[in-house]
Write a protein that binds this ligand. Structure first.
Ligand SMILES: NC(=O)c1ccc[n+]([C@@H]2O[C@H](COP(=O)([O-])OP(=O)(O)OC[C@H]3O[C@@H](n4cnc5c(N)ncnc54)[C@H](O)[C@@H]3O)[C@@H](O)[C@H]2O)c1
Length: 356
């Protein structure tokens, strides 16, 4: 659902209108503000989903900029507005250049612009690859918590695709209290798989780490499967691999064939957003001509509006909402401002008198 804040929910400026200062928040400050806050940020993501579900947000479709000369690359614009106590508008502008990884630099890079609620002026530009990975990991941790039964917590996690997002998700699962007996690792790239294993080892989290060299085995041996690949088209399509009914966090959105989607209980973050851009649920919709295979949104499950069937795998496919980036970005901005370390760019807005 792309919700719309109603006029009745609009709010008047809190004081006389002035041009706010403009700040730049580099990655080092973003990381410091978020470090060790896994529980807080996961709660913030939950609150933001609730606001979004209640209609106190504006979250239009993401805009995908693609290039004929660089077919694997894209830059996505995610404009959004959020109400509640956060009350901020803004835009995430995030690039994905998968070929970067071979050159040793991250695939994704991003900035987040926050706009003042009352004047519309941009108040900050934040480094946002960390914010984006953080909110993604927080929503994965929230989904793992709310889509699994407390008396039947998965103990064997399998990471299918082990880049930066997988690393953040592991950090968030452990940081929100998950313990695993087994940590499975599978990636097409040996280097990625070994790098991820090294990271998990170095966290000191308990659990035996196993490197898998085929996709079937890691799925069969995991009761929580995290997909974080960069696959553009489905590559997993054998329903028998899911016979043990795992919980699947389908973060990369395009790994599963329509058959797997149709054989599972499907939860998304936002229906309209998720059924776009050739995601696996979008392909399933094209295949069947309807949306009957969707159980509901994560917020529907959290609020008790939807009960999960236990006789099928549960697949969570989150498109990733701009409102989450805004909420986490505003949290970072407020933390840095509170510490008195905001790097304000003096005279950024310079043409301020109507008649000179
Ligand atoms: N849903 C969301 O809100 C959200 C947010 C952020 C990122 N993501 C997605 O998460 C994914 C991972 O992002 P990242 O930054 O970690 O990327 P990354 O490039 O750092 O890592 C991706 C890894 O997947 C591996 N891989 C690719 N195809 C594979 C396959 N078929 N089988 C196994 N491994 C495979 C690659 O070798 C690589 O190690 C991307 O698809 C990204 O779009 C989703």
């Amino acid at each position: 659902m792309t919700s719309n804040r109603s006029a009745a929910q609009g709010s008047a400026p809190s004081g006389p209108l002035t041009v706010p200062p403009f700040a730049v928040v580099p990655g080092v400050q973003v990381q410091r503000a978020l470090h060790g806050r896994e529980k807080q940020i996961t709660e913030l993501v939950e609150t933001t989903y609730r606001l979004h579900s209640a209609g106190d947000s504006v979250n239009p479709p993401s805009y995908f900029l693609r290039f004929p000369d660089r077919p694997t690359a894209r830059i996505i614009a995610l404009p959004a507005s959020i109400g509640g106590e956060v009350r901020v508008d803004g835009l995430k502008w995030i690039s994905s250049f998968p070929e970067n990884v071979a050159a040793g630099i991250p695939r994704a890079s991003a900035v987040l612009i926050l706009n003042d609620h009352d004047t519309g002026y941009p108040i900050a530009c934040l480094e946002s690859s960390i914010i984006s990975a953080t909110r993604t990991a927080a929503m994965a941790a929230l989904a793992a918590d709310r889509l699994s039964r407390p008396d039947r917590r998965p103990r064997r996690v399998g990471f299918f695709g082990t880049g930066l997002i997988a690393r953040y998700i592991h950090t968030y699962l452990v940081g929100t209290g998950w313990h695993f007996d087994e940590v499975g690792v599978y990636d097409l790239s040996d280097e990625s798989a070994k790098g991820f294993r090294g990271y998990v080892e170095q966290t000191g989290a308990p659990g035996r780490i196993t490197l898998y060299d085929n996709p079937e085995q890691i799925i069969r041996e995991s009761d929580l499967v995290v997909f974080a690949t960069v696959a553009g088209r489905p590559h997993v399509g054998d329903m028998t691999w899911f016979g043990h009914k795992p919980l699947v966090l389908h973060m990369s959105l395009r790994d599963l064939t329509p058959e797997i989607v149709l054989g599972s209980t499907n939860v998304v973050d936002d229906v309209e957003h998720c059924l776009k851009a050739d995601t696996s649920p979008h392909l399933a919709e094209q295949h069947t001509g309807n949306r009957d295979f969707l159980a509901g949104t994560l917020d529907d499950v959290i609020a008790g509006r939807v009960a999960l069937r236990e006789d099928r795998p549960v697949v969570f496919s989150p498109f990733g909402l701009g409102v989450l980036d805004l909420a986490v970005g505003k949290y970072v901005y407020d933390e840095v401002a509170r510490s008195g370390e905001l790097h304000v760019v003096d005279d950024f807005f310079h043409e301020l008198r109507r008649y000179g």
